[in-house]
Design a protein around this ligand. Structure first.
Ligand SMILES: C[S@@+](CC[C@H](N)C(=O)[O-])C[C@H]1O[C@@H](n2cnc3c(N)ncnc32)[C@H](O)[C@@H]1O
Length: 195
């Protein structure tokens, strides 16, 4: 059953990505290998919400659940209406928001999110201007508990944002070849006292 669900999710993702390439920013949902590697950077024992930005058809969300993170700890943000509706249906215990994830700081203030144990993102940052990306990563880092990670994947070989521009440290993974297209994971952590 799960296999058929995954297959139909994949078909839906590919059809949507074909119609809205810039908005979706990918041709295929993230692979099992990529989402497993991303979720490995989240410590399930660290208390607090885990925020996922650009959840799509839930590939990374499933990776977080497989990592042992309770569904009720998840805050999912998605701006494509059909994906948002399906996320609500598939993950009924998660808090799902139909919102622009680049404004996550306003949403977090409005909804009084506690500081997050991790923030993980599948947003297509490469379609954004350098200043939008910098402001976005800086705002995400403000929503995290001290030392907590912001995890982003991209298809490029260089980081979406230089860590020095946002007062953070950055760790990059090797290229994950079992993904369409191959991707790297970037893990930012706010430097202590970076404000
Ligand atoms: C590259 S896909 C990743 C989907 C899924 N997380 C995965 O890894 O397979 C990007 C997702 O971000 C969503 N998205 C794009 N811009 C967004 C925005 N400004 N706010 C919220 N979601 C956005 C798209 O609708 C799409 O679902």
């Amino acid at each position: 059953m799960a296999l058929f669900e995954n297959f139909s999710d994949t078909l839906r993702f590919v059809a949507t990505a074909t119609r809205h390439p810039l908005k979706i920013g990918a041709v295929w949902p993230s692979s099992h290998e990529l989402v497993t590697a991303m979720a490995a950077h989240v410590n399930p024992l660290e208390p607090g919400p885990v925020i996922e930005l650009g959840s799509g058809t839930g590939a990374i969300t499933e990776g977080l659940l497989n990592r042992g993170i309770e569904q009720s700890r998840l805050i999912l943000v998605e701006s494509h209406p059909p994906f948002y509706e399906d996320l609500r249906e598939h993950f009924p215990k998660a808090q799902c928001y139909f919102a622009n994830a680049y404004n996550i700081r306003s949403l977090a203030e409005k909804e009084a999110f506690p500081k997050a144990a991790a923030i993980i993102s599948g947003l297509p940052l490469r379609t954004q201007s350098a200043e939008t990306k910098r402001a976005f990563v800086a705002s995400v880092l403000c929503l995290l508990q001290p030392g907590a990670p912001f995890i982003q994947f991209s298809y490029g070989f260089s980081p979406p944002v230089d860590e020095r521009e946002v007062g953070a440290s950055l760790v990059a993974t090797e290229t994950i070849w079992k993904n369409i297209p191959p991707a790297r994971i970037w893990v930012y952590q706010a430097s202590p006292h970076s404000g």
